[in-house]
Ligand binder design. Structure first.
Ligand SMILES: [Zn+2]
Ligand SMILES: [Zn+2]
Length: 350
């Protein structure tokens, strides 16, 4: 089969790779659509995972498709032709992290992946037994393969707002208006937020964010916390969601948060970055700082419901669709946005 093989963000080659056999408890999925994620284009991470440029390293995880082959011992509820959304990371369900409700902190979740090792920018992926058991959702008829690729990114957002509530009319500051920022804005509205503001360096992105439901926009060049207070009747934010992985945004979040508020670090700074916090300030304001990583099955299922019932506009975020041979274009657009680009999706069968 053909698969995209990663050398760098500007050098992704379509290569003929070995077809893998499907074991008795495994499933082969014909990939119909796979979204390019911000994490796919983190070059250093990609090459590290693969061992070397062009090494086998999974990339492409926001994918949908149809079942092409079912192992003999798989639950007969799964049949060839079924439309599915599949996830590469699945938890063990028995470790302490899983028991404590943090399945996405599970070691098994961090190490599980599709069997083909190349990820889903490929004609097929084979799901190992554990993924068949707990990493496959049925894609309902009305949900297109393209829309289904948002189950994973939206699931991550659902999870983030479980830890950092936006309900009950809370005021929310979303820092960063990338795909995840725009999904957070929409999720906050669904969850019952009050005033929602978003900050970003690009005026074009801020305009787009308004279209996705932000009440106010703040150019990143301004004093973001001060401007938020002005717009919010003098009060700090009840919830700050940091989707931009830069130190200045960490500082802004600490300044913008109001008493009793919660800061969600949805995107991390680079591993070597240390952030300073003033515990005194946080103590007096009873501020909660929390983080969320990835999505568990529960989060993915909620995301799928929201997409299925049109509660979140995801198709409006898809600005580019590429055939497999042009996967590199999707990467370049995601690494450096231009021409109003938001989400790039690859169709591996084209
Ligand atoms: Zn993703
Ligand atoms: Zn576990």
């Amino acid at each position: 089969m053909k698969a995209a093989v990663y050398y760098s963000n500007s050098d992704i080659r379509i290569e003929e790779v070995d077809d893998l056999t499907v074991g008795p408890r495994e499933v082969r999925v014909r990939v119909m659509a796979c979204g390019v994620c911000g994490s796919d284009v983190m070059e250093w991470y990609r090459v590290k995972r693969a061992g070397r440029p062009g090494g086998i390293g999974a990339f492409g995880h926001e994918c949908t498709g149809t079942i092409a082959e079912v192992g003999s011992a798989v639950d007969p509820e799964w049949r060839v032709g079924d439309r599915v959304v599949v996830t590469h990371h699945v938890p063990c369900n028995t470790c302490n992290a899983c028991i404590r409700g943090h399945a996405t902190a599970c070691k098994t979740l961090h190490t599980t992946k599709f069997k083909n090792g190349y990820g889903a920018f490929a004609e097929y992926v084979v799901l190992p037994e554990i993924n068949v058991d707990r990493g496959m959702l049925r894609l309902p008829g009305p949900v297109s393969f393209d829309a289904g690729t948002f189950v994973e990114p939206l699931g991550c957002v659902v999870r983030g707002q479980r830890f950092a509530p936006t309900s009950d009319g809370r005021s929310v500051l979303v820092i960063g208006a990338g795909i995840t920022g725009l999904l957070h804005i929409q999720a906050a509205r669904l969850n019952g937020a009050g005033f929602i503001a978003v900050s970003n360096p690009s005026p074009e992105r801020l305009e787009i964010a308004r279209g996705f439901g932000a009440d106010a926009t703040i150019p990143a060049s301004e004093d973001v916390p001060a401007r938020f207070r002005e717009l919010n009747g003098g009060a700090g934010a009840d919830t700050v969601i940091v989707t931009a992985p830069v130190p200045v945004c960490v500082e802004q979040s600490l300044e913008a948060i109001g008493p009793g508020g919660t800061i969600l670090f949805f995107a991390p700074t680079n591993p070597e970055v240390q952030s300073r916090i003033n515990v005194w300030d946080l103590w007096q304001k009873e501020v909660t700082i929390t983080h969320s990583y990835a999505a568990d099955f529960h989060d993915l299922a909620i995301a799928l419901k929201w997409i299925q019932h049109g509660r979140v506009n995801v198709t409006g975020m898809i600005t580019h669709v590429f055939p497999l041979r042009e996967t590199v274009k999707g990467f370049l657009l995601t690494a450096r946005h231009r021409d109003g680009s938001l989400k790039a999706i690859v169709h591996p069968q084209e």
